[in-house]
Design a protein around this ligand. Structure first.
Ligand SMILES: C[S@@+](CC[C@H](N)C(=O)[O-])C[C@H]1O[C@@H](n2cnc3c(N)ncnc32)[C@H](O)[C@@H]1O
Length: 256
């Protein structure tokens, strides 16, 4: 798959940084020694970790060179490493693994979550937020447009880049036996967007990537026009022309 674009992602930085703020507010650790921001992206979530834990060693980890370039420029005093979460293991003395909006992209992520929680020392924490929005119109319409246009063959596998999340109870059953304390909650954000084109822009920085990356330049425009038409019908304007992007999200804070 093509690289992520930090520039696209940061167009909605305030909205995208709200969930990691809400997640971090529930992390009970007072003074972790080493903190790793898994899927740190352009460093927006890493910045929150540095502010909360100025005495800790804070490391950002990501698999995208473009995201890491942006993160290093933003936080030059911080260490950033390129790695794939599928096989990465925390070093000793790592007390907090923080992962905002990344595990939904990692194949078989429940097994990876389990492995990472098991690797933490007693009292260490794994804090995770994942969008649980695969059934929302914005994502269903992506798959619908992909399946119905001249691009259908090319996009046959793009929809598989994201699986539906398991149920909240599945995560509880998976992680509770390994945790001294497990906080798990599921909530629906309402991101206020300027209009339907803004909804499309939002997803260009995330869920649309696998679809657009699989298309030649000359087909991309047609795909986006068709998608935006359907988004405008699915997200009707409020009194001021803004649209509400409903966004279910799952949060987990597991303490070893
Ligand atoms: C949606 S961004 C999240 C950025 C940031 N954590 C935030 O809170 O806004 C997801 C990031 O996960 C990274 N990512 C996706 N799969 C990954 C993997 N297998 N290993 C490491 N990073 C991954 C992407 O490169 C991207 O930067």
């Amino acid at each position: 798959m093509s690289d992520w674009s930090a520039q696209e992602y940061l167009k909605f930085e305030d909205e995208r940084t709200r969930p990691p703020r809400d997640l971090l507010a529930q992390v009970p650790l007072k003074s972790p020694r080493r903190v790793v921001d898994l899927g740190c992206g352009p460093g927006n979530s890493t910045e929150l970790l540095l502010a909360r834990y100025p005495q800790a060693e804070v490391i950002g980890l990501d698999s995208s060179p473009d995201m890491l370039r942006q993160a290093r420029a933003r936080l030059p005093a911080c260490t950033f490493v390129e790695a794939d979460l599928a096989s990465w293991r925390p070093a000793e003395r790592t007390d907090l693994l923080f992962a905002n909006a990344v595990f939904q992209w990692v194949p078989d992520h429940p097994a990876v979550l389990r492995r990472l929680l098991e690797a933490l020392p007693a009292g260490g924490a794994l804090a995770v937020q994942m969008p649980d929005n695969t059934d929302e119109p914005a994502l269903a319409l992506m798959r619908e447009v992909a399946a119905s246009g001249p691009w259908a063959k090319r996009l046959a596998s793009a929809a598989a880049a994201r699986d539906d999340l398991p149920t909240v109870a599945n995560y509880y059953d998976l992680l509770r036996p390994l945790a001294s304390r497990l906080d798990i909650w599921h909530t629906v954000y309402q991101h206020v967007m300027a209009g339907p084109p803004a909804v499309v822009e939002w997803f260009r920085g995330s869920a649309l990537r696998p679809f657009l990356a699989a298309l030649e330049e000359n087909m991309r425009g047609g795909f986006v026009v068709e998608y935006e038409k359907r988004i405008a019908r699915a997200y009707p304007p409020c009194f001021d022309g803004k649209v509400l992007l409903r966004f279910p999200r799952l949060f987990i804070v597991a303490v070893r």
